[in-house]
Design a protein around this ligand. Structure first.
Ligand SMILES: [Zn+2]
Length: 199
């Protein structure tokens, strides 16, 4: 017996999410059918709104409703420092710490020869333009994850940026090798920023 079309489609949609296989997708689909209609409507609306109302900030690449984002358009932020991260969710993690008041730049990935990702595939050009047009910028803090790709990206950026006379630092490795910023607690992140070293 085959599932009725609406369930089959729902299962198919859930399977497009990362880490969700057929079994989990089926469980989620049947769970959805049992949910209150209002909750399902809210869920569907938030999916559409997240996609339709959010954009990437044209300056830093973070996700935002308004462009430029709140951080880029806030003059009280320290305009001399920028933290370079892999993904928008890393900005959220660092902001939760409430100890850093500088700017951010989101790469949307890392250099990865295996996946065929070169410098032109991530948000590097806009970082360089930003540094050139902001004479106040004194330090670029590289906070890519402690993976081989994250390290290679860090070295690549350092070689590009240092000749411009801007200090380049890397987060201290209080973060375990291979660990993601996303999963680090606030204290660990704070120590990693405090203990950053010049590269
Ligand atoms: Zn921004």
């Amino acid at each position: 017996m085959q599932y009725p079309e609406p369930i089959a489609k729902l299962i198919e949609s859930y399977m497009k999410l990362p880490g969700i296989g057929g079994k989990t997708a089926t469980r989620l689909a049947f769970f959805t059918i049992d949910m209150d209609e209002d909750d399902v409507t809210d869920f569907a609306k938030s999916l559409i709104s997240a996609k339709r109302d959010l954009h990437y900030c044209s300056i830093c690449g973070n996700i935002t409703e308004e462009d430029p984002c709140q951080i880029c358009s806030d003059p009280s932020r320290d305009q001399t420092k920028v933290i370079v991260v892999e993904e928008p969710k890393d900005v959220m993690s660092l902001e939760k710490m409430k100890e850093y008041h500088g700017l951010y730049h989101v790469l949307h990935g890392v250099l990865s020869p295996i996946e065929g990702k070169g410098p032109e595939d991530i948000n590097i050009t806009s970082l360089l333009t930003r540094l050139q047009t902001h004479p106040d910028m004194q330090e670029v803090i590289i906070a890519t994850n402690a993976t081989p790709e994250g390290e290679a990206t860090s070295m690549y950026l350092s070689r590009l940026i240092k000749p411009a006379g801007i200090k380049v630092t890397r987060l201290a490795h209080g973060l375990a090798v291979g660990s993601d910023i996303e999963y680090a607690d606030e204290m660990t992140l704070f120590k990693a920023i405090e203990g950053r070293t010049e590269i």
